[in-house]
Design a protein around this ligand. Structure first.
Ligand code: DNO
Length: 372
């Protein structure tokens, strides 16, 4: 597997920050060893509209003021009309292109986005108590069946969901999707990519689609970025390096069918992973729980994933993904400071280990003899 060209392996550690409203101060993030870049977005503009240059400039200035790089945007959200393939998509696609140009002009190198109909990442509990007293995000099948966000008595809302829809609007959009096959969603994705990727190429931006989370259909909606076969298909839609992926270990890893280590190596070797979200999950018979990043805490071999990235010439941004709430912290589920900072330290350790091990294996055969 892979080209084993480790001379160009390189990772830039990054951390998601939700802008000035985020309870986590930028300065604290800058104090995490090895921190390099902030992953953020303009949050006060409705989905589909153009981001004001001043808002982008303000974000850039605040990130750079603490010595970090403003190089990754997560996300520029894709308007539903684009996913639905409505005539009105033209305007939203043009706005999307304009946003790519604007963030590129501010120095952004990588843009993360997703193509999930209506709902972004979905869990059934946002504060599930683990045996050590920490709380975490979890997904249990039986709860997912019971909580339909379209039911009037359901109060399920998640930080990743667009809260600007009323329940009636939501119902209407979901109904539109119910008439839509997966193939139609693929067509609409292709249409979108054929228009935005040339702009990304021109402006030297890497687009990095995020897998569907969890990686299966929810609430009867089509979901297509879910496994290796689909990712292969995705990359061929517009087969240029700027059309790449965010490898989200937790999104892919919550299905036991996905071999995340293999996918990390394969897509890194192709030069198509521009961003990695590193998170561990524990697979359960009825769903999954997010766990601490350490391999021993969940079902994923985080060392093997980092090693597969390294060995196959990964060159991009990595961020610790969701953390638990620990040490009494409260805040945006998945996005507190403490557990994500522990995750960052662990990822640094893994990367140092795989890179030094890589260099060791390249030493001349007689290297050790000279020291004995
Ligand atoms: C969840 C995140 C996702 C991600 C989007 C990308 O915590 O990983 O919300 O940002 O799916 O567009």
């Amino acid at each position: 597997m892979g080209n084993n060209d480790t001379t160009h392996s390189d990772m830039k550690l990054s951390f998601r920050w939700y802008g000035p409203e985020d309870a986590v101060p930028l300065q604290y993030i800058a104090q995490i060893p090895g921190m390099n870049a902030i992953v953020t977005a303009v949050y006060d503009v409705p989905v589909g509209e153009v981001w004001p240059k001043e808002s982008i400039a303000r974000l850039k200035a605040s990130v750079e003021a603490v010595g970090l790089a403003f190089e990754v945007v997560e996300s520029i959200p894709v308007h539903e009309d684009i996913k639905l393939g409505l005539d009105t998509r033209e305007r939203y696609i043009e706005n999307y292109c304009e946003n790519i140009r604007r963030v590129a002009e501010a120095g952004v190198k990588c843009v993360c986005y997703n193509f999930m109909p209506v709902f972004d990442w979905t869990r059934t509990e946002t504060a599930h108590v683990l045996p050590d007293g920490s709380t975490t995000l979890a997904y249990y099948e039986e709860q997912a069946k019971a909580v339909n966000p379209l039911d009037s008595d359901s109060d399920l809302t998640l930080p990743g969901w667009d809260a600007s829809y009323s329940r009636a609007e939501l119902k209407q959009i979901v109904e539109q999707y119910q008439k839509m096959s997966e193939e139609m969603l693929w067509d609409n994705l292709k249409y979108f990519l054929e228009r935005i990727i040339p702009v990304a190429v021109e402006y030297n931006v890497n687009m990095a689609i995020h897998e569907d989370d969890p990686c299966w259909s929810i609430f009867g909606l089509p979901r297509i970025i879910t496994d290796e076969e689909k990712l292969d298909r995705f990359l061929k839609l517009v087969d240029v390096p700027n059309n790449g992926i965010t490898l989200c270990t937790g999104s892919l890893g919550c299905s036991g069918k996905n071999d995340v280590v293999k996918m990390a190596g394969k897509y890194a070797a192709m030069g198509r992973i521009h961003f990695a979200h590193m998170r561990n999950v524990a697979l359960l018979p009825n769903g999954f729980e997010e766990r601490a990043h350490l391999s021993a805490c969940g079902s994923l071999d985080m060392f093997a994933i980092m090693r597969a990235l390294y060995d196959n010439g990964f060159h991009g941004y990595i961020r610790p993904d969701h953390g638990r709430m620990i040490w009494g912290e409260s805040g945006r589920p998945g996005y507190g400071l403490y557990d994500r900072a522990l995750g960052a330290a662990y990822l640094n350790g893994l990367w140092e280990a795989v890179s030094k091990q890589g260099q060791m294996t390249k030493l001349p055969d007689n290297f050790f003899k000279n020291y004995t």
